[in-house]
Design a protein around this ligand. Structure first.
Ligand code: IPE
Ligand code: IPE
Ligand code: MG
Length: 224
């Protein structure tokens, strides 16, 4: 049985779900948040230590302003309403990505991280304004400045995921087989599952099924 400490998820398909079910992409984002809560619960049951959720990419700024605004409002309300609850459940929140949102949201994100920083049950790494290429270029710049030799260990120290183990498992919902600039370095040896269901339809049961399959995969790391 493979150990599983870290699951990373590309939560794709909200917009399509919203259009299909409620004639609005934004309704899909709202429904997507419900799926997030379900998967947090299921992760705790599975004794997973790290759950990394791709919520907004550096490329998502290309979307219409109204959709971006809706997404960040949703996040703001979620944090305002749920951070105490997450804290009580001993969940730690960490943001990966560049926090350059409105001063109000930046502050709320920092406060949420600060409040939960000592929690130990589950760490949620929320990838927000995150792009793997940006992360890598920044890391190389810092490594160069530090004058340390270029090797894996030194590079990893400058990644935003520096204290986070690599995900053993990556799941992408939404019936699309691509990585969309997510954790390109960190998923070098992850097992990748592409799920047909759109994110709001993804359930704890679907999640547990993938985990069960994952646990029985023979992982070689180049060996035989
Ligand atoms: C993923 O769902 C969530 C975000 C990028 C915020 P999408 O909004 O990309 O949904 P589709 O892929 O258009 O259906
Ligand atoms: C990936 O989904 C980003 C998130 C889930 C946050 P996208 O919907 O943005 O990916 P592409 O553009 O279809 O590759
Ligand atoms: Mg999409």
């Amino acid at each position: 049985m493979n150990p599983l400490n870290h699951v990373a998820i590309i939560m794709d398909g909200n917009g399509r779900w919203g259009l299909e079910n409620k004639s609005s992409r934004n309704a899909g984002h709202k429904a997507g948040l419900k799926a997030v809560e379900k998967i947090i619960k299921a992760s705790i049951k599975q004794k997973i230590k790290h759950l990394t959720l791709y919520a907004f990419s550096t490329e998502n700024w290309k979307r219409p302003k109204s959709e971006i605004k809706y997404l960040f409002n949703l996040l703001e309300n979620f944090l305002l309403n749920k951070i105490d609850d997450l804290h009580k459940q001993n969940i730690k929140l960490k943001i990966i990505g560049l926090k350059n949102f409105s001063p109000k949201l930046n502050k709320l994100l920092r406060q949420s991280e600060h409040k939960t920083k000592k929690n130990t049950k589950l760490q949620i790494n929320l990838a927000l304004n995150y792009g793997s290429k940006f992360e890598l270029i920044n890391a190389f710049k810092k490594l160069k400045k530090s004058k340390k030799i270029i090797n894996e260990k030194n590079l990893i120290n400058f990644l935003q995921t520096k204290d986070i183990p690599d995900p053993e498992l990556l799941i992408r919902t939404g019936n699309t087989k691509r990585l969309s600039n997510f954790l390109l370095w960190q998923v070098a040896y992850s097992e990748i599952f592409f799920e047909k269901k759109l994110w709001p339809d993804f359930t704890g049961k679907d999640y547990n099924k993938i985990i069960k399959t994952f646990k029985n995969i023979k992982r070689n790391y180049g060996n035989i």
